[in-house]
Design a binder for this molecule. Structure first.
Ligand SMILES: NC(=O)c1ccc[n+]([C@@H]2O[C@H](COP(=O)([O-])OP(=O)(O)OC[C@H]3O[C@@H](n4cnc5c(N)ncnc54)[C@H](OP(=O)(O)O)[C@@H]3O)[C@@H](O)[C@H]2O)c1
Length: 297
């Protein structure tokens, strides 16, 4: 089969399209014929050799954690899914013709593979953050970097839980945030005052890692109410860092249900063929994705 891989850590130019052995589903796993793979910042962080603690990487390595496709092998002990089923989920080396998934849900009727591939890890992250933040119905959550993949999922899941959101994004994405049910303002000079004018904040999430944790502590009045997923310096300020703590098993099923009911939709900003994985990484690295980027196989 064809897969994207890299044999040395480095920039997008280290990515290669190669012939590789097909993977097979082990116990508790399924194998899919991949139709689309989601592009996540962690994909290029691993390629750069940035996050080896959380993602030990043996070279040459494949790329990608999210996929949507057609099940073609079911591992021992797996129930409720059969060859031919359309699923979306998380696994490894998903920029490839075949990939093994460790967590998945059946795709809702009418959802295309391209859009489906964008959901798994951002939904899992958003559900995890909403739980860890402890925010309840009627409370207000501040979200910095709200227009990207995680933010797009988070705003819609917060709306389902009756949590009010104040989101920050670039000037071009203010209408996008409002369309997802949030109050919106821009990041950059004066942002703390602009947020204050929108009302008090019960908890805050830093999704962009743009050095705002200190101000978020000021706005919430308590470091214990601030979580970052992108700033490793957060614990040094008394706030929390939320890492990839494994899949939240019910997140994908919740996403499938909300998508089926028209309550969750994350747009695909751009899709790329497998041969353009390097361009997808460069575009993701530029840091201004609205919604998701996806590789279509
Ligand atoms: N620890 C974990 O569990 C975990 C899980 C998932 C992701 N992550 C990390 O979280 C980050 C976000 O992931 P993602 O998938 O949402 O990324 P993404 O889709 O690439 O989105 C990045 C967003 O950051 C915004 N942004 C850029 N500069 C900003 C600034 N100075 N202030 C505020 N926002 C800014 C952009 O908004 P505009 O375009 O509007 O400027 C864009 O919407 C990445 O660093 C990723 O590695 C961590």
């Amino acid at each position: 089969m064809k897969r994207v891989s890299f044999a040395e850590f480095g920039g997008p130019e280290v990515l290669r399209l190669e012939e590789a052995e097909e993977p097979h589903a082990g116990p508790g796993q399924v194998r899919v014929l991949v139709r689309a793979a989601g592009v996540n910042p962690v994909d290029w962080r691993i390629r750069e050799g940035q996050v080896l603690g959380a993602h030990p990487t043996v070279l040459p390595a494949g790329v990608g954690i999210d996929a949507a496709g057609v099940v073609d092998e079911v591992g021992a002990g797996v129930r409720g899914v059969e060859p031919g089923d359309h699923v979306f989920g998380e696994g490894r080396d998903t920029y490839a013709e075949f990939a093994v998934l460790t967590a998945w849900a059946r795709m809702p009727e009418g959802l295309g593979f391209e859009e489906a591939a964008g959901y798994p890890s951002v939904v899992e992250t958003a559900v995890r953050l909403l739980r860890e933040s402890g925010v309840e119905r009627g409370q207000t959550l501040l979200v910095s970097g709200a227009s990207g993949g995680v933010g797009s999922a988070l705003l819609q899941l917060a709306r389902e839980r009756g949590v009010r959101v104040i989101g920050t994004a670039g000037a071009a994405n203010q209408g996008y945030l409002r369309g997802l049910g949030a109050l919106a303002t821009t990041y950059g000079a004066g942002w703390v005052e602009r947020v204050r004018r929108l009302g008090p904040v019960d908890a805050a999430l830093d999704l962009a890692g743009s050095g705002v944790v200190r101000e978020m502590i000021e706005l919430t009045g308590d470091p214990g109410r601030v979580i970052s997923i992108a700033d490793l310096g957060a614990p040094g300020l008394g706030a929390r860092f939320s890492g990839v703590a494994g899949s939240v098993p019910d997140a994908l099923a919740e996403a499938a249900d909300l998508i089926a009911r028209g309550r969750l939709h994350i747009p695909v900003e751009k899709s790329y063929p497998l041969t353009d994985a390097a361009a997808a990484h460069a575009d993701s690295h530029a840091g201004h994705t609205r919604g998701r980027r996806v590789i279509v196989i």
